[in-house]
Write a protein that binds this ligand. Structure first.
Ligand code: DHB
Ligand code: FE
Length: 280
């Protein structure tokens, strides 16, 4: 039987990917950011998950404003890095797990989640930056990946509660998959940041730290945070944090925080990173 062993949350700021691609990780500005991921890279090298269900959002790269699926599941054999305007990042093409992805699609849709099935999808920094943070400059990624793209770009995004319920349904689907697979679920995006308008540059460290704490101490409370509260407290792009609740819903009741990193700023963004072990 497949099982979910751990969850990871991380911001996916594009400048982090550019810092790696241009050899800047040792610079004073970037070093403390990358140091906070060293523990995880060592840990994941020992953990060796078979598959990552990578929850992220597309930033108008694979989807234009012509078509905006709320939840888009990557069922393809492979996923190429998207060209976001400066050429595709020099990172490996990610290998999918179509059999698990189709099983997820069936289980989720029969569980009444309206999932869009993606048989071709390029993946942008929301996907590639977390992969780089966890696995460095690899020749090939050491895991298979099932991407799940969530709309947090065009109003209305799904609620945190809906995201949590989707996570629970992902858990059920993984647990009903016959093959013995070690699966991790990653929730990316956040933390507080606003990229435009009069409040551009907004960072709210107390809100971010409370969110990190509550993922283990009081996760049920996070389900009830309304969109307006994300907007007010975490800035217009802080809404990306609803994706962390898909990850958290997928981990089950019993989790333990085994690593935390919080760093301000990376570009204009508060970076938050957790590793949560699933105990049940
Ligand atoms: C930026 C973009 C993002 O998608 C994000 O999550 C954080 C920062 C940026 O353009 O700086
Ligand atoms: Fe983003």
């Amino acid at each position: 039987m497949a099982r979910i062993t751990a969850g990871i949350t991380t911001s996916h700021v594009p400048a982090i990917g550019a810092a790696v691609d241009h050899g800047k990780t040792e610079q004073d500005y970037w070093k403390p950011l990358f140091q906070g991921y060293e523990w995880t890279r060592e840990w994941i090298g020992r953990e060796r998950p078979d598959v990552v269900i990578l929850i992220y959002n597309d930033h108008a790269s694979a989807f234009s404003l012509d078509m905006i699926p709320t939840f888009a599941l990557g069922c393809a054999e492979r996923f190429s890095p998207a060209d976001e305007g400066f050429g595709a990042r020099p990172v490996p093409i990610a290998e999918g797990h179509p059999d698990l992805a189709w099983h997820l699609a069936q289980s989720l849709i029969l569980d009444e989640f309206d999932i869009t099935i993606m048989n071709k999808m390029d993946v942008d920094h929301g996907f590639t930056v977390p992969m780089t943070l966890m696995f460095g400059e690899a020749e090939a990624w050491p895991v298979k990946v099932v991407p799940l793209a969530v709309n947090v770009v065009q109003y209305p995004p799904p609620t945190g509660n809906r995201c949590w319920m989707l996570g629970e349904a992902i858990r059920k689907a993984v647990h009903s998959y016959g093959e013995d697979l070690k699966v991790q679920v990653w929730g990316t995006g956040g933390m507080s940041h606003q990229l435009q308008g009069p409040r551009a540059g907004l960072i709210n460290t107390p809100f971010d730290l409370s969110f990190l704490d509550r993922l283990t101490s009081d996760p049920q409370a996070l389900r009830r945070i309304p969109h307006l509260e994300y907007l007010r407290e975490a800035g217009s792009e802080g809404i990306e944090m609803v994706m962390w609740l898909i990850m958290r819903g997928a981990l089950g009741d019993d989790v333990r925080e085994i690593h935390r990193h919080y760093h301000v700023p990376a570009s204009n963004t508060a970076v938050g990173h957790l590793v949560l072990e699933a105990l049940s």
